[in-house]
Design a protein around this ligand. Structure first.
Ligand SMILES: [Zn+2]
Length: 373
């Protein structure tokens, strides 16, 4: 099989939540799915075995960072990222759009974005064609079109021009993409303006991409603002293709996204929090650095089947964190990713039983996570 194929299995009776399956060249992904982030071709602090043991079906990596380091010469020499990091399951790369636009010193033109390399200051031109070349060299199963990530604060007129430019770049991405065993997703932009979101959605979905993403969310907007976009546009994305919302990973936002028909999410949150000593549990967040864990013989979470909880106590992990031992961060990262992935597993079961909204209610009444944030 060359490209991905999406199968819609079931839609929850009382919400737009959907249960699906994506067939990829490196195996099957059940959806909804949470994708751990491996920016530098490593999910920070975890071995591939550890990633697989938390039941991760797909990981995400970053075209922009891999382009800078190790660079495409090395990526070519190793014949792509799967060989390079010895990962034999599905992998998605983002296009680098978000990272390029986070740089201070950059200039946008019709051709693309001119920026200075954060490594040596040399000038680099990133274009849709260049982004496709990079992602094809990396060899991810799913690549993303090159789009402009716009700050909503830049105003309506700028956003309008940007939406049209993103459409032209999406067409150029689609035309430049030739790799047969790699799928390409388009990204709908438009910020928080309903008419521009609608415009972008019509433009981007007119191109026969293999899947579609909502971009430009999870960039500091209010919960109500992302909720409005998701409610209005989540289910307007084509029903027969995977739907991806970028940068989402908190329980609050994952519930909101699934409820509105989205299938795929990624976020650095579980591993970042892990490195800072905070665990995600079914009750809420737990600070393992706190001295109250010192004599605690219980695992991070009772009844959790992750490696950290099966083998180690809160007291031991507290000690590792106090001594700044890397194992402490690894153990909490394992637990946090396991938590996110298995929370999604429970959502899948609930969708199959048409009880997604009941499950959501139960989850928030039994935990301190905010229903809205
Ligand atoms: Zn655990």
């Amino acid at each position: 099989m060359s490209k991905i194929k999406y199968e819609l299995l079931h839609v929850d009776k009382y919400s737009k939540a959907r249960r699906g399956r994506i067939h990829t060249p490196h195996g099957i992904i059940e959806t909804p799915v949470f994708m751990p982030v491996g920016t530098n071709s490593t999910v920070k602090g975890l071995t591939n075995d550890q990633i697989k043991n938390i039941d991760s079906e797909i990981i995400l990596s970053n075209a922009f960072h891999l382009f800078l380091r190790p660079g495409m010469e090395i990526m070519k020499d190793f014949e792509g990222i799967h060989n390079f990091m010895n990962w034999n399951k599905p992998l998605l790369t983002d296009s680098g759009g978000f990272q390029v636009f986070s740089l201070k010193d950059r200039k946008i033109s019709e051709e693309g974005v001119l920026f200075r390399s954060p490594l040596d200051g040399s000038k680099i031109m990133m274009t849709p064609e260049k982004s496709m070349e990079i992602q094809q060299t990396i060899g991810s199963d799913i690549a993303m079109a090159f789009d402009e990530c716009v700050n909503a604060k830049w105003g309506y007129e700028y956003m309008k021009d940007s939406v049209d430019r993103t459409y032209r770049w999406a067409k150029r991405s689609f035309e430049a993409h030739k790799k047969e065993n790699q799928s390409l997703f388009g990204i709908v932009q438009g910020g928080l303006f309903s008419d521009l979101r609608q415009r972008s959605l019509e433009q981007i979905t007119s191109i026969p991409f293999d899947g579609f993403a909502l971009g430009g969310l999870a960039v500091g907007e209010k919960y109500q603002e992302s909720e409005k976009v998701l409610k209005e546009f989540g289910d307007k994305l084509p029903k027969d293709k995977p739907r991806y919302i970028m940068g989402i990973g908190s329980p609050t936002m994952m519930f909101l996204s699934v409820e509105n028909g989205m299938d795929m999410f990624d976020c650095v949150l579980p591993t970042r929090m892990g490195r800072h000593g905070t665990a995600l549990t079914w009750n809420g967040k737990l600070n393992l650095k706190s001295a109250k864990n010192k004599f605690d013989h219980s695992p991070i979470e009772n009844d959790c089947n992750c490696y950290a909880c099966k083998n180690h106590t809160r007291g031991y992990i507290n000690h590792l964190l106090k001594r700044d031992e890397m194992l402490g961060k690894t153990l909490i990262s394992i637990h946090n990713l396991y938590f996110n992935i298995h929370l999604i597993h429970k959502m899948r079961e609930a969708i199959e039983n048409d009880s997604f909204l009941d499950f959501k209610k139960e989850f928030f009444s039994n935990s301190s996570y905010p229903l809205q944030n």
